[in-house]
Design a protein around this ligand. Structure first.
Ligand code: NI
Length: 214
């Protein structure tokens, strides 16, 4: 319902217009190409927090994300809770994934720690690798509910200007929710932008802590 949204060319001024950032964790997965089709059809850019071993499995999908102008971040190599492993392991998890992304022509921008879990030691290592960390402030628990109308309802009811929305592109029920999330929020005047545009960039070792610990 409502008018068909027209993608706005050029940068969006998030101080003048309400913005939200869609973020997708844990991929790229088998449903990610379909998600990229959906985002392209709506003229929307998003942010993908990719897992290194998935980047190894689907490098072509990462190149497609890059070509479409999406932001691509680092979600570790194989998704450990970073507060439960050594500093050397944190460094390995992040630097290995950075290298995999760079091999696909991507300059990774920011880290999302698995489970949103961080401490001073984790942030210090991220900072030493030139990264800041980004959590979220709207979590529909899509990995748990696995029900498309519930994911749409939870996201659209909680969205607010500047919101960072957490979804997982490895779940088809979440990918299926994206068209209605986009059309519902666009009808309320929201623009969909990358995390970097919402935050203005995150300094090395800093945390955008809009998220909640599980
Ligand atoms: Ni994750």
């Amino acid at each position: 319902s409502g008018p068909t949204p027209t993608p706005t060319p050029g940068p969006v001024d998030c101080t003048a217009l309400p913005c939200v950032a869609l973020t997708f964790d844990d991929g790229p997965g088998e449903h990610t190409p379909r998600l990229l089709d959906i985002l392209a059809a709506h003229g929307v850019t998003a942010t993908f927090y990719t897992v290194g071993r998935q980047v190894e499995a689907r490098p072509d999908v990462v190149r497609r994300m890059r070509a479409a102008g999406h932001q691509i971040g680092n979600h570790t190599y194989d998704h450990p809770q970073l507060t439960a492993v050594s500093a050397d392991e944190v460094r390995s998890q992040i630097s290995r994934t950075d290298a995999l992304l760079r091999a696909q022509g991507v300059t990774p921008s920011t880290v999302r720690p698995p489970y949103g879990a961080y401490d001073a030691s984790v942030l210090q290592v991220l900072g030493s690798l030139g990264h800041g960390a980004v959590n979220w402030n709207v979590d529909p628990r899509d990995w748990e509910v696995r029900h498309t109308p519930a994911v749409v309802q939870r996201v659209t009811s909680a969205a607010a200007p500047g919101a960072i929305l957490l979804l997982h592109d490895v779940h088809p029920t979440s990918v299926d929710a994206v068209p209605e999330i986009i059309t519902t929020l666009q009808a309320r005047g929201y623009r969909f932008v990358t995390v970097d545009r919402i935050t203005g960039g995150v300094s090395s070792g800093a945390l955008v802590n809009r998220g909640r610990h599980p």
